[in-house]
Design a protein around this ligand. Structure first.
Ligand code: DP6
Length: 327
């Protein structure tokens, strides 16, 4: 390898329709249950990795700032594994930028580690196929493995490092779903998902949630493949509510919602009663992902911004796979 080798990659975050919450193996991030998601076209992380023989440690710049030590440590641990795979020892300078608020329940770790996986492996001289790249991304952040393939994506839980990876169920143009994310807070969340996953087992409800996951995955997969919005709504809202029920009943409990979160959920249910195809899903934060179909998206966006407490709405359609950037 040259003294200096670099690569830049772009990845979209994803919204889970069937959620990942809790691990069978927290080190390798082998999840308690499989999950299913859609990449988000208009949100992205763009990450450059530059190995440099003159560096004495890894350097990380996130959104033009030096992040806290924990973030640097997490990236260094990840790069150590890439260096081990590639048989290199140079440290790297990593620069990453998101075009959306970090840490607010829009899974920034998913797009960050998907982009980092491609940029770091490519710059290290590795040629990983999609499955290997997804497995690598999973070690950085579980949901990142789902930002590697395109469009609508399933993460099969698997049992070990080899069998736990994500694959595309359908390409981005399969179904023109709109994800209208109602932003009710841009604050960095207090409890990150890593601590949250570790608490899942303390909820009485987690075993029941995990035990029924295969059934929900089957229903959601079918709804997507058949473009059946009604079936999709039922299973997506149920799955989100189940995960939040586990969060709220963990010890200590996790409560991510704010008053405006509930206001959006209630509005969505009202709109649906009035015949609009629309449903909600919420990750580990207060913002609400409101999913609708192309013909109804303008109306839904206009109505969302009227709800007190909603500061803005970020709109995405199904997004692409992780990719290298030319510059
Ligand atoms: C609620 O993938 O962010 O968004 O592996 O600790 O980075 P780490 O966890 P992460 O967990 C995602 C949790 C979720 C649900 C989901 O995206 O499936």
């Amino acid at each position: 390898m040259n003294q200096i080798a670099s690569a830049t990659a772009i990845a979209n975050p994803n919204i889970a329709f069937i959620k990942y919450w809790g691990d069978k193996d927290p080190m390798l991030r082998i999840p308690a249950n499989g999950s299913l998601s859609m990449n988000l076209s208009n949100l992205q992380s763009r990450t450059t990795v530059r190995y440099d023989s003159t560096l004495e440690r890894d350097e990380l710049i996130l959104d033009r700032k030096v992040p806290d030590d924990l973030a640097v440590e997490r990236v260094t641990r990840f790069l150590d594994y890439v260096r081990h795979l590639a048989g290199i020892s140079y440290y790297a300078r990593v620069e990453s930028e998101n075009n959306f608020p970090t840490g607010s329940g829009i899974a920034s770790s998913a797009s960050a580690f998907a982009a980092l996986s491609l940029a770091a492996s490519k710059a290290a001289g590795l040629q990983l196929d999609e499955r290997s790249l997804s497995r690598l991304a999973r070690r950085g952040s579980g949901s990142a493995c789902r930002s590697v393939p395109a469009g609508f994506v399933e993460w099969q839980s698997g049992e070990d490092d080899d069998s736990s990876y994500a694959f595309s169920l359908a390409p981005a143009d399969h179904w023109q779903l709109y994800d209208c994310i109602a932003i009710v807070s841009q604050e960095h969340k207090k409890t990150g998902s890593r601590e949250g996953h570790a608490l899942a087992e303390t909820s009485l409800l987690q075993n029941t949630r995990v035990g029924d996951a295969t059934r929900r995955l089957d229903l959601c997969r079918q709804a997507i493949l058949n473009r059946d919005f009604q079936a999709f709504t039922e299973i997506v809202e149920l799955d989100s509510n189940l995960m939040h029920a586990v969060m709220m009943t963990s010890q200590p409990r996790l409560f991510y919602w704010q008053p405006a979160t509930l206001a959006v959920m209630r509005a969505v249910v009202d709109w649906r009663r009035n015949g609009i195809p629309v449903c909600f899903t919420i990750d580990a934060g207060p913002n609400v992902h409101v999913i609708t179909l192309a013909d109804h998206s303008s109306r839904v966006i206009a109505d969302l911004v009227q709800i007190p407490g909603v500061s803005k709405v970020l709109v995405s359609r199904p997004g692409k796979a992780v990719r290298l950037s030319e510059e």
